[in-house]
Design a protein around this ligand. Structure first.
Ligand code: 5GP
Length: 176
């Protein structure tokens, strides 16, 4: 059985940071046409908390892509499991991600979304693991930078479990 290890980021710290990010995004997107695009499934908890802190009109949409342990890891080819429902042409897109690790998923997503002619594409990621980066990607809004450890909670899973934890925790080493 895998074990939940140390708490890396507490519920309180997450709340504080999400409020700050929401305020910053509200200021930056005042005169824009914001579409927040959540990346399923890991980005969902972050997105739902974040958009409550964004105090300007916005719309939301979702994409699902194949994730960790699949083709992402080696090739950078990402499989789209669920595409956008609405057109983003001329819109100001903000991608809402759970974590940027190698950067391959985000790199692919940015290219894909740009090909649909939005006015702008920016990235808001809850976590960043910069030590594992394989390809450079811009993160315009970041929750927290973390060390190279496998984390769960606040949307992030291990074998589909632990997404519902309200904090971020490290999974103990021997289970991975
Ligand atoms: P990438 O390597 O393409 O930047 O990240 C792809 C995906 O891998 C992330 O969106 C996330 O779903 C998953 N991932 C990367 N690092 C972790 C981690 O520490 N914990 C969990 N649960 N998922 C991770």
């Amino acid at each position: 059985m895998e074990q939940i290890g140390e708490i890396l980021i507490s519920e309180e710290r997450i709340k504080e940071r999400v409020t700050e990010l929401g305020a910053q995004i509200s200021r930056d997107y005042k005169e824009k046409d914001l579409v927040a695009i959540g990346i399923l499934r890991g980005g969902v908890m972050f997105m739902s908390d974040l958009i409550k802190e964004i105090k300007i009109p916005l719309s939301i949409d979702f994409m699902a892509v194949s994730s960790y342990g699949m083709s992402t890891k080696s090739s950078g080819i990402v499989r789209i499991l669920k595409d956008l429902d609405d057109d983003i042409e001329g819109k100001d897109v903000l991608i809402i991600e759970d974590i940027v690790d190698t950067g391959l998923t985000l790199h692919y997503l940015m290219d894909y979304l740009k090909s649909r002619h939005p006015r702008s594409v920016k990235v808001c990621s809850f976590l960043d693991k910069p030590s594992r980066r394989k390809i450079e990607v811009p993160i315009d809004y970041l929750g927290f930078e973390i060390p190279d450890k496998f984390v769960v909670g606040y949307g992030l899973d291990y074998a589909q479990k632990y997404r519902n934890l309200p904090y971020v925790s490290v999974l103990s080493e021997e289970d991975l």
